[in-house]
Design a protein. Structure first.
Length: 252
């Protein structure tokens, strides 16, 4: 049965990677302004990341530290929300998960739980919005903890690195029953085309995923020609920094 997260939205999916940032205009990735820009461009899906501040607020922020975005070497976990908001004031503003869900009711959020401390809190926060949230994490354990915390609500989900690695092996060896078990309870496979020398995305993986009722979303693709080629292969979703260009090329 298709999860509501995937119903009633344009196909192929265009997932705005960390919103729609414009560094030349002072808009940082994952900022409130970047989410607003993605929404204004027509994006139905926004991919973002979850960390927790020292005073317990879940914020949309990718890195463990602030160094790359604001120049502050401290970890997100070591700074208060007020301090983080001050640093992000000129960069598009910080968005807490709670604010993003409330302020953008039309957006479907694809949330990567980055911090161990964030798992349960993210699950509880998205429980009331489960129909428009997909939870994922590189850590399968962290992802499962977030899903458990959302219970009895059931957000959509994509597997973590360990499950995906096993799935790639199962597909390469042609062991279809194993692959189907690994995809049980999964709504989408969110994968890169390659991991080092290993080809992750293959025609067989797409075919087996579709036969199991699972979508395939590829990250992070910024070349419009390659987006089109992937969609021709059967890919269901493109995670991109160029959501505006992707929407123009793929859905309009």
């Amino acid at each position: 049965m298709t999860h509501p997260y995937l119903l009633g939205a344009a196909h192929p999916r265009v997932l705005a990677h960390r919103g729609l940032a414009a560094p030349q205009d002072g808009v940082a990735e994952n900022s409130f302004a970047a989410i607003a820009a993605a929404h204004a461009a027509g994006a139905e899906y926004v991919e973002s990341d979850c960390h927790v501040t020292s005073d317990g607020h879940v914020v949309l922020f990718h890195d463990d530290t602030l160094a790359r975005v604001t120049g502050d070497p401290r970890a997100v976990a070591d700074i208060t929300l007020r301090e983080l908001a001050q640093q992000m004031e000129g960069l598009g503003g910080i968005a807490t998960l709670e604010q993003a869900l409330d302020m953008f009711p039309d957006i479907r959020f694809n949330l990567d739980v980055k911090a161990e401390a964030a798992a349960e809190q993210v699950g509880r926060l998205v429980a009331g919005h489960a129909g428009r949230v997909l939870l994922t994490s590189f850590s399968d354990d962290r992802r499962r903890r977030a899903l458990t915390a959302a219970s009895p609500a059931l957000p959509a989900t994509s597997p973590g690195s360990r499950t995906l690695t096993r799935l790639v092996v199962a597909v390469a060896l042609g062991i279809r029953p194993w692959a189907r078990r690994l995809m049980r309870g999964v709504d989408a496979l969110q994968i890169p085309e390659r991991q080092g020398r290993i080809r992750v995305l293959t025609a067989r993986l797409i075919r087996w995923a579709h036969n199991a009722g699972v979508e395939v979303h590829v990250w992070t693709v910024n070349d419009v020609s390659r987006m089109r080629e992937l969609v021709e292969m059967g890919v269901d979703g493109i995670v991109t920094d160029r959501a505006d260009a992707a929407l123009e090329a793929l859905t309009r």
